[in-house]
Design a protein around this ligand. Structure first.
Ligand code: HEC
Length: 274
């Protein structure tokens, strides 16, 4: 197994035509990616212990099927495909990680699978001039309340709100502009605001990032960027979800309307729209 890990590092996943799902380095990489992309937003939960999406822990999987569903998503459900967002290597890493949580984790030669189903690495589409301006504005470090303090795109930014490469799919620039200007209009599934009342008397509201049997972690929306705060459940008196957005409603004071139009163009083109 040592040897397999070393080989993977030398040849790299793309070049090799098999992958070792029991590789510790691959599982570690998948665990980090899972925490960033799959556990957040109340979907598959910490370590695959279900939140709103199905529990992925303690089940038996066919690795190629798991890879395919992760890459392509499930049409008609809220499970998105990740092939435009993650590299094939990252999807295999997530697959290896979820397999490691399985009730029958693969070992030895059973853990070696053919790469076959791999897709090309995501390439950034060519952006128009307006979209390029929008990209700069989205990540503009001089603005404290820039979009990227709460959203990820192309692997950059912070996952407080939805990954916009996925969320912007199928939306027109006009729809994206109104998402920005009227965040309470339609709340992204899984990102409803959680309100927490602590035994100390403090109350806070924000986005639930993680819930385990003993703890919750919340992006506190009282300030921007929202700090990630952790609380023992024993210290929580009440926890409630409300159909409100944790996205500020006054981002028109951070960006002009022309700038918001450029940002919407950037989101739409990045997500593959016209
Ligand atoms: C303080 C954090 C924060 C900032 C700053 C922020 N957002 Fe959001 N955004 C959120 C959260 C949380 C949601 C999910 C709740 C909702 O749908 O309103 C969201 C939702 C969205 C949605 C809807 C996604 C969907 O799935 O329907 C879009 C589009 C969006 N934001 C774009 C932007 C853009 C563009 C900017 C910068 C101009 C921005 N956001 C700034 C937190 C933020």
């Amino acid at each position: 197994m040592r040897l397999a890990v070393a080989l993977l590092c030398v040849v790299g996943l793309q070049a090799a035509d098999t992958v070792d799902l029991a590789s510790e380095s691959l599982i570690a990489e998948g665990s980090a990616q899972f925490a960033k992309s799959c556990a957040v937003g109340y979907c598959h939960g910490s370590e695959g212990r279900s939140a709103r999406g199905p529990a992925l822990r303690d089940r038996v999987w066919d690795p190629s099927e798991l890879f395919r569903v992760t890459a392509e998503g499930l049409p008609g459900t809220s499970m998105p495909g990740w092939e435009d967002v993650l590299t094939a290597e990252a999807v295999w890493a997530v697959t290896a990680y979820v397999m490691s949580l399985s009730s029958e984790p693969p070992a030895g030669s059973a853990a070696i699978v053919e790469l076959g189903a791999a897709f090309d690495s995501p390439e950034s589409p060519e952006l128009s001039a307006g979209a390029l301006r929008g990209k700069q504005l989205f990540f503009d470090l001089t603005r404290e309340r820039r979009c990227s303090v709460c959203h990820q795109l192309d692997g950059l930014g912070t996952p407080v709100g939805p990954n916009l490469k996925i969320a912007a799919k199928g939306k027109t620039p006009q729809e994206l502009e109104s998402d920005v200007l009227e965040p309470h209009g339609r709340i992204a599934f899984g990102f409803e605001q959680v309100q927490v009342e602590l035994r100390s008397g403090e109350t806070l509201a924000g986005v639930l990032a993680e819930e385990t049997e003993t703890h919750i972690r919340v992006f506190d929306a009282a300030s921007v960027p929202p700090p990630l705060r952790s609380f023992a459940k024993a210290d929580v008196r009440r926890q409630q979800t409300r159909a409100r957005s944790s996205m500020p409603g006054d981002l028109d004071t951070v960006y002009t309307s022309d700038e918001i139009a450029d940002i919407a163009t950037y989101l739409s083109e990045s997500a593959g729209g016209s």
